[in-house]
Design a protein around this ligand. Structure first.
Ligand SMILES: Cc1ncc(COP(=O)(O)O)c(C=O)c1O
Length: 408
């Protein structure tokens, strides 16, 4: 008998994973595939982090930790907020999680009432709507585009807020567009949520991966805001205490720290909910991976940060190369890609179905990219996402192949 829960009908597969499977098949047949579909850094985890993990395992640090994480890691994360952002976040409000995914699961398990609606930017990270569905909440898409740099605005929030809306989740930098919200923009969104007694969740998983302006293109604002504007920053402002203290901040060791497979992240939890999140974590996961947590203790060391900053420079060079190069072959980039490692391109001048385009590019020229359909229902057929998670040489090779193919 096969009888899955009804909610399964609403959970869509990741199209990109299916594309990746096909890409691997083609590789097994000897084809050279350039991977621009994958949303993870191509760099290995920095050596000091890996060494700390090996050392921890040798020392037998393999038993469960506290459900909210190793106390010393929570303290280290709090210190990171102090040194990097200049904000005081008590370690007691930090929950260490199994990646940002674990954090999102805990947040929605804690907050989503059956049928409650949650405002999400469309296009946006696809798992959000599915995680919500698992906890019986409902996604309520806010279509966003170039006019608001693919981010929700207070006006859009007010326009879409309904009687059943429970809150808002934003990401800055965002996936798939790489666009940022400035500190005042985040404050304004927090204000609307507070006005409506809604929850406000900010996904900062791509924090740290923001770039200085490009020389060769006007895509990026001259004053690209730095990631120093973290959402809990508002907590340090006494007058905006409520704004800061009720913001749920999600982060991860996956992207900036290049630890995707370690499955480790964290969440800054509004104080009244810490015990609830702890209860949920105890029951749902017992604790995050212990060796990964010991490894992460080395993530904030100066020698690790030096490695990560060098790599951030490399991502910036890739973006500065790839954005104008893709435009030169017929894609349009209407988002200002200031962070993460994605370019979300309008491909409507080249085709009228980005899913077919992604399939065609993979099959005929071995370039793998992610079709817009993975990111929502706001003109997905017109968009395709290229990740610059491969070397400049490989990106250049991809652009050559695209140029030859699209000129046909
Ligand atoms: C916006 C966003 N949030 C959350 C995640 C989940 O990341 P992880 O669970 O690896 O921390 C991702 C992964 O790509 C993402 O792009």
């Amino acid at each position: 008998m096969y009888r899955p829960a009804r909610r399964l009908a609403d959970i869509a597969p990741f199209h990109v994973v299916e594309l990746l499977t096909r890409a691997r098949q083609l590789e097994a047949e000897g084809r050279d595939i350039i991977h621009m579909e994958v949303g993870e850094p191509d760099f290995p985890t920095p050596e000091p982090i890996a060494a700390a993990a090996v050392d921890a395992i040798k020392r037998g640090k393999t038993l469960y930790t506290q459900a909210l994480g190793l106390p010393e890691l929570r303290v280290a994360i709090a210190a990171f907020y102090r040194t990097r952002y200049g904000v005081a976040v008590p370690a007691a409000r930090i929950a260490v999680t199994a990646g940002a995914s674990g954090a999102l699961n805990l947040a929605f398990a804690c907050l989503a009432e059956p049928g409650s609606q949650w405002l999400l930017a469309d296009p946006g990270y696809p798992c959000n709507r599915h995680i919500l569905r698992v906890y019986e909440g409902r996604p309520q898409n806010i279509p966003v585009g170039p006019d608001s740099n693919f981010q929700p605005t207070p006006e859009l929030l007010r326009q879409h807020w309904s009687a059943t809306t429970a809150g808002l989740l934003v990401a800055s930098p965002a996936n798939p567009t790489g666009t940022l919200l400035t500190a005042p923009e985040i404050a304004a969104l927090a204000e609307v949520c507070r006005e409506r007694q809604g929850h406000f969740l900010v996904d900062e998983i791509y924090h740290g991966l923001t770039y200085a302006p490009q020389d060769t293109s006007s895509l990026v604002e001259a004053d690209a805001p730095s990631t120093k504007a973290t959402a809990p920053g508002f907590a340090s402002d006494a007058t905006a205490c409520a704004a800061g203290d009720d913001v749920w901040v999600i982060n991860s060791f996956s992207k900036y720290f290049q630890m995707t497979g370690w499955r480790l992240g964290w969440m800054v939890v509004p104080e009244p909910y810490v015990r609830d999140v702890e209860k949920l974590a105890q029951n749902l996961v017992l604790c995050p991976s212990t060796p990964a947590q010991h490894a992460a203790l080395a993530a904030f060391a100066p020698e690790t940060i030096a490695i990560l900053e060098t790599r951030r420079g490399e991502f910036r060079k890739r973006r500065d190369f790839l954005a104008p190069a893709l435009e030169s072959v017929g894609f349009r980039i209407t988002a200002r890609p200031q962070g993460a490692f994605y370019l979300y391109c309008d491909c409507s001048a080249l085709c009228d179905d980005s899913f077919m385009l992604a399939r065609d590019l993979l099959e005929t020229i071995g370039v793998a990219a992610t079709p817009g359909i993975d990111f929502g229902s706001n003109a997905p057929e017109k968009h395709i996402r290229f990740a610059y998670t491969t070397s400049i040489d490989r990106l250049a090779e991809a652009v050559d192949r695209l140029r030859r193919h699209l000129a046909r």
